[in-house]
Write a protein that binds this ligand. Sequence first.
Ligand code: ATP
Ligand code: MG
Length: 192
Amino acid sequence: MPDRPHQRKDLTDPAKKAPDPGARVFFALWPDASVRCSLDELAGQVHKACGGRRMRAESAHLTLVFVGQVVLARVESLKSVASGVRVPAFDLRLDRVGCWKRNRIAWLGTRETPLPLAELVQGLEQGLGREGFKFDQRPYFPHLTLARSARCEAPLPTDADIRWRVEEFVLVRSSLLPGGAAYGIIGRWPLR
Ligand code: ATP
Ligand code: MG
């Protein structure tokens, strides 16, 4: 067995800890089983019409704020930002299907953004700003992605109407894998 004094030293020297690998994270609304089932059915219809890569039911979500890459040491600050946001539970009506030609994303959104949803996003953005996080600054447009690489020219379903009682929001870690992103929920906060 060769002697490896440097490796032994690394294990005991706190200044030489392994680098923080970081994570790609975002705040989101995560559907319950019943809403997920309705979303999956609609995604099937949209996929039939527009082709592309269909949303996987288990990944369905509505992004609130995309934070992006952070060091793991900062995840606790993200959680305290989330704990500081006080917004009541609300009803979200998903009744608008569209497709963006620029990125070929077919999506499901709402004709009327509920006030608590706007306040939730605003509360998170303000808290993130106070904690020094950088995040996407584009105007917020609530939507769930139903299909990627979609043919937007195809006629879309016009009768979507999915009702979602939103009672919590989550912090999600995204791992970008060759077959598409894999998500893991790393925190949950109730709305009341
Ligand atoms: P993939 O990138 O593999 O196609 P994905 O877009 O679902 O999968 P992420 O890129 O990790 O996975 O994004 C997670 C969520 O955040 C998605 O809902 C995505 O639309 C949204 N998102 C990603 N990048 C941004 C960004 N720069 N600004 C706002 N939202 C974003
Ligand atoms: Mg992406």
